[in-house]
Design a binder for this molecule. Structure first.
Ligand SMILES: C[S@@+](CC[C@H](N)C(=O)[O-])C[C@H]1O[C@@H](n2cnc3c(N)ncnc32)[C@H](O)[C@@H]1O
Length: 222
């Protein structure tokens, strides 16, 4: 009953609170063209990120992991006039698809797409006019999350938010002996976070159309 019930609740809530939007719906289907599972955030999660960015008054946002541009559209739409989203993607074909979706959504003018391996691209953002970023959304490969968090800290300032997706991994994160590299990456990140005096953080489990997973939210304090 779990997944069926979670889908029903997401469908009910999305029907009330997330307005239909053909450009977003196109981006959400990017996985179909690439014969991949549905790896974008859900509509409710996309709107949650959008509201976080607006509540923070974010003028510049960094996203690690663009895929088809679904979360990028939500984040870009939270920006004020003159704001910028910088989004990093490793796969050129995904970046191209995202570019089309961002254009269709009417936000291409405020999004800078960087293509390459994030750990190669991120050092180039030190001193970039968009840095320090007001919000960083980490949603790429899981084994490297601890290093992405270190870069997020480097590229933000006190008051910035860092959001990391998929930190519960269907509950596997609670298993200290889990063999999966992604799960181990998440555990390494959470343990690193516990010792990091420059942030206040929490992790929320979520259920919904994307199964059982969760977000970490960290506020940069120092
Ligand atoms: C979960 S998807 C991103 C979904 C997107 N944020 C959304 O919600 O619409 C993760 C993306 O990270 C990309 N990725 C994986 N490893 C990467 C790396 N080392 N550097 C940059 N991007 C990477 C993948 O190609 C994939 O497109």
């Amino acid at each position: 009953m779990g997944q069926e019930l979670w889908n029903a609740v997401d469908a009910y809530v999305d029907g009330l609170l997330v307005a239909p939007d053909p450009a977003l719906e196109d981006a959400a289907r990017a996985n179909v063209g690439f014969e991949l599972p549905d790896i974008a955030v859900s509509p409710a999660q996309g709107k949650f990120l959008h509201l976080l960015a607006r509540a923070r008054g974010a003028r510049t946002i960094l996203e690690i992991g663009t895929f088809g541009g679904y979360s990028a559209i939500w984040l870009a739409r939270a920006l004020p006039e003159g704001g910028e989203l910088v989004t990093v993607e490793y796969e050129e074909s995904f970046a191209r698809a995202a570019g089309e979706h961002l254009a269709r959504a009417g936000v291409a003018d405020r999004v800078r797409q960087l293509t390459g391996r994030a750990l190669d691209v991120l050092p180039g953002l030190v001193g970039d006019p968009a840095a320090p970023f007001d919000l960083v959304f980490v949603d790429a490969n899981k084994p490297d999350i601890p290093e992405y968090f270190d870069w997020a800290l480097e590229l933000t300032r006190p008051g910035s938010l860092i959001v990391v997706d998929n930190v519960v991994q269907g509950g596997a994160v609670a298993d200290p002996d889990h063999p999966d590299r992604g799960v181990r990456g998440v555990r390494r990140f959470l343990e690193r976070l516990a010792d990091e005096p420059r942030v206040e953080a929490t992790t929320l489990q979520t259920v919904g159309a994307k199964g059982h997973d969760g977000f970490t939210l960290a506020l940069v304090t120092g």
